[in-house]
Design a protein around this ligand. Structure first.
Ligand SMILES: Cc1cc2nc3c(=O)[nH]c(=O)nc-3n(C[C@H](O)[C@H](O)[C@H](O)COP(=O)(O)O)c2cc1C
Length: 204
């Protein structure tokens, strides 16, 4: 449906809490995995991953991942190619509404793979998450240290995704090797946002 943001949006499933592995089991089993089963990812599992990455869990925009000064300048782009009940396309996760806003229809994995210098996992993953952030509000508040904080926040989010993926039987890897400009273009990042991590996702 078209919403007040002027974009087509897709509602996500409510987060499930208390199912799956213990934190200790997920930590013990977590691994970077770059090959995936040949089957689509369920929208419920994608919803759960996005909630783990940046879901809102408290008052004043508090989220699953910590944020310096609670400024929360991170964003998650979703490059969906093979997700049940989700048309292929590039989406932006909206934590406040827990939904996906469509940015561009179609399978964009080739563009994404080119931006990562042809890393093989990218072309074969049913869905990819791109963790990005806008350093400016952090630099305004903390000076140059704000850049460091942005990178730390990306690490927190990526670890949440790793652990949630492990608990769901999904495989992923955090990838930092890509061309910044090509990645920004590939996932239609709004200009102050820069990509920090790409995480291909599929069942193990
Ligand atoms: C900052 C950072 C950048 C990384 N970039 C890539 C990458 O571009 N491609 C890739 O396949 N793996 C990448 N990795 C994953 C590492 O190769 C992986 O974490 C390492 O081999 C340890 O394996 P494990 O995660 O299974 O424990 C990156 C990891 C980190 C922390």
């Amino acid at each position: 449906m078209t919403d007040s943001r002027g974009s087509t949006s897709v509602a996500l499933s409510k987060p499930r809490i208390g199912t799956g592995l213990s934190v200790e089991q997920a930590l013990a089993q977590r691994r970077s995995v770059r090959t995936f089963a040949d089957r689509s990812v369920s929208l419920a599992d994608l919803s759960q991953l996005l909630w783990a990455a940046q879901g809102i869990t408290g008052h004043f925009d508090k989220r699953t991942a910590p944020s310096a000064g609670a400024l929360h300048q991170m964003s998650i782009a979703v490059v969906a190619a093979d997700v049940d009940a989700l048309p292929a396309g590039i989406y932006r996760y909206d934590p406040a509404l827990h939904d996906l806003a469509l940015l561009s229809e179609g399978d964009h994995r080739d563009e994404l793979r080119s931006a990562t210098d042809q890393q093989e996992a990218i072309g074969v993953s049913p869905v990819d998450l791109v963790i990005a952030g806008d350093a400016r509000p952090l630099v305004d508040k903390y000076g140059d240290r704000g850049i460091r904080y942005l990178h730390m926040e990306a690490g927190h989010i990526a670890q949440n995704v790793y652990l949630q993926a492990t608990a769901l039987g999904l495989a992923t890897a955090s990838m930092g090797a890509f061309d910044d400009d090509a990645m920004s273009q590939a996932v239609r990042l709004p200009s102050p946002h820069r990509a920090l991590y790409v995480m291909p996702i599929g069942y193990a």
